[in-house]
Each structure stands twice: as structure tokens, then as C-alpha cells.
Ligand binder design. Structure first.
Ligand SMILES: C[C@](O)(CO)[C@H](O)COP(=O)(O)OP(=O)(O)OC[C@H]1O[C@@H](n2ccc(N)nc2=O)[C@H](O)[C@@H]1O
Ligand SMILES: Nc1ncnc2c1ncn2[C@@H]1O[C@H](COP(=O)(O)OP(=O)(O)OP(=O)(O)O)[C@@H](O)[C@H]1O
Length: 279
């Protein structure tokens, strides 16, 4: 069976402090995007073979792959084993702050549960997802948007009637999430960059991880300033721990226009994509 595995953006991400377990307490709103990977899952009956393949050669195919971790967690929890074939057709770039790996993990948990006759409840799938990664539970919920608390894994679905056109711009470098959180406490704001919440009908958009990330990756604050100068752009922010910046526009035509301008501004090496919230 083939499943859609959507990307996400964080409309806001507030860090409340560091916890004794090393994670950070956050308040975030995650919003699904139409852009996503495709995950094919086949339950092949008796045996214990797992064949994992991926269209992106840079994604590891061993036990560190989040899709593989999800399958292992599912089998451990149900106590049942079988042979599986999983293929990831990637559209979401890695290390982008778009939750690609987390989304694949959630899709495998839900998909394997479906194919095995639904032995696990939604609550159990969310709990398993939270053990794999903080972003995974949000993708288990089939909702356009959800709020994440705790380290992000305590999710509540929210009403989100907007289908916002947007542009995603990812420069040709990934940003490791642990590094961004580690740098947060010591980091300082750069002069001339807008960190203040941008007030929109769907809430006050800001991301506390911009501060540590912008200190090292100075192209990103430049890009944010440039995006905010474009008359079609309502709001612009870094997603998650970066390196993707997103800009919200009013119409799809405007999103396409900003995407074209961004390709010129950033050069050939940037990944630029127009999409929309809601999946
Ligand atoms: C940046 C976001 O994507 C925003 O949604 C998430 O907070 C990160 O979620 P994720 O990629 O699923 O992260 P995890 O796999 O749970 O954690 C990776 C690493 O990021 C750091 N981490 C993550 C989440 C959190 N609330 N505090 C942290 O300090 C920890 O060093 C952790 O070891
Ligand atoms: N199924 C997967 N798809 C993509 N990357 C994966 C997968 N499994 C493991 N990885 C590894 O995870 C790392 C982060 O990739 P991912 O796309 O999840 O990052 P991200 O978008 O920054 O995540 P987040 O927004 O959750 O912080 C990459 O280095 C990649 O090699």
C-alpha cells in the first residue's frame, strides 16, 4: 500500500528551558504541508526479512533510519513479526527542519498497524512515536495542525481552517537539530534581524531556534530580511531547527512568484518549492 508522508513547518516554536533529561521544554505549533514523501509498505507474510529502499542515496538504510526504527518499535510492541518491504520516495530534503524522517516513522507506524489489522490504538501509536522522536506524534494525528508540548511529543490537535500558500527555501546545507538546541542558551540576537513575533490571524509566529542558528549560518537571516521585504510575503520564518526558511503569501500565484525570485536570489544550489499547508 502507498501512503502520503507529509512535511511540516513550525508556525511557532518557543523554548521554555532545558530539562534535566537534556531535552528542552517547548511550546510549538506544527502544521502539515501538501508537500510530502511517498511511503510504500508491503507486508509479505511469514519470515523476518525487512527490505528498506529509498530514492535518496544519502538517507541511511540501516537501523538508524527512522522508518526502520518505527517498524522495529511496532513489532516489539505487538510481539508479532513478519517480512516487510518498505520503499521511501523522498521529496522532503533531510536536515531541513521539515520533519522528513519523523514523518516517515509516523507513516510506517500507522501503515504497518493498518496492514496488520489495527492491533494498536491511536494512543499507543502516539506513545510509540514519542519514543522514536519528539516530532513523530504530531504526524500520527491525521490533522492539519497540532500543538506540541513537553519536548514536543505531547500533542493536541487544533482547529486550522487556513490553507496557506507558502514557499520553502532550503540552502544547500543541513542543520543538525541537537546542535541548534545545544547552542540556544548561550546564543545572542544579531542586530538588524527581526526575531519579534509576527502577528497573523493564525497566531504569533516566531522561532526561538533562529537565534543560535543565525549566529553561525548568516545566509539565513539575510534570506529572512529579503523575504520580509517582498510585498507579497505576509510572514517569513525558519522552520524547526532549519535550514529551511518559509514565507507565507496570500495566493498560490504569489507563492510561485516568490519561488522564482528566490531561485534567482539564492542561486542554483538552493532547494525551492512552492506548496501549501494542510494535507
Ligand atoms: C526542531 C523540531 O523539529 C521542532 O518541531 C523538534 O523540536 C525536533 O524534533 P526531533 O527532530 O523529533 O528531535 P528528537 O529526535 O526528539 O531529538 C533530537 C535531539 O534534539 C534535541 N532536542 C529535541 C527536542 C527538544 N524538545 N529538545 C531538545 O533538546 C536533543 O538534543 C535531542 O537529542
Ligand atoms: N526516513 C528518513 N528520511 C530522512 N532522513 C532520515 C530518515 N531516517 C533517518 N534519517 C536521518 O535523519 C537526519 C535528519 O533528517 P530529517 O529529515 O528527519 O531532519 P529534519 O527535517 O531536520 O528533522 P526535524 O525537523 O524533525 O528536526 C538525516 O541526517 C538523515 O540521514
Amino acid at each position: 500500500m502507498t501512503f502520503h508522508s507529509p512535511a511540516k513547518i513550525n508556525l511557532w516554536l518557543r523554548i521554555l528551558g532545558k530539562r534535566p533529561d537534556g531535552f528542552h521544554e517547548v511550546q510549538t505549533r506544527l502544521c502539515r504541508l501538501a508537500l510530502g514523501d511517498t511511503v510504500e509498505i508491503e507486508m509479505r507474510g511469514a519470515g523476518t526479512d525487512v527490505s528498506l529502499s529509498c530514492s535518496d542515496p544519502t538517507v541511511p538504510l540501516d537501523e538508524s533510519n527512522l522508518a526502520m526504527k518505527a517498524l522495529r518499535a511496532f513489532e516489539k510492541c505487538t510481539g508479532k513479526q513478519s517480512s516487510w518491504r518498505i520503499h521511501l520516495e523522498k521529496k522532503i530534503p533531510a536536515g531541513a527542519g521539515l520533519g522528513g524522517g519523523s514523518s516517515n516513522a509516523a507513516t510506517v507506524l500507522k501503515g504497518a498497524n493498518e496492514l496488520a489489522g489495527r492491533p494498536l490504538s491511536l494512543e499507543k501509536l502516539i506513545e510509540l512515536g514519542g519514543q522514536i522522536g519528539s516530532d513523530v506524534p504530531c504526524f500520527i494525528l491525521d490533522q492539519p495542525a497540532a500543538d506540541g508540548a513537553g519536548r514536543g511529543e505531547q500533542v493536541t490537535p487544533v482547529d486550522f481552517p487556513w490553507q496557506l500558500p507558502l514557499v520553502l527555501i532550503k540552502p544547500p546545507f543541513p542543520i543538525p537539530t541537537p546542535w541548534a538546541y545545544k547552542r540556544w542558551a548561550e546564543s545572542k540576537e544579531l542586530p538588524g534581524v527581526l526575531y519579534a513575533p509576527q502577528i497573523c490571524p493564525w497566531g504569533a509566529m516566531s522561532n526561538d531556534l533562529e537565534r543560535p542558528v543565525y549566529e553561525k549560518y548568516v545566509l539565513l537571516p539575510t534570506l529572512k530580511t529579503w523575504l520580509l521585504e517582498q510585498p507579497e510575503v505576509h510572514a517569513a520564518l525558519m522552520s524547526g531547527s532549519g535550514s529551511t526558511m518559509f514565507a507565507i503569501t496570500e495566493t498560490h500565484a504569489q507563492a510561485a512568484e516568490i519561488a522564482a525570485k528566490a531561485r534567482e536570489f539564492c542561486g542554483e544550489t538552493a532547494w525551492v518549492q512552492a506548496t501549501q499547508t494542510g494535507a
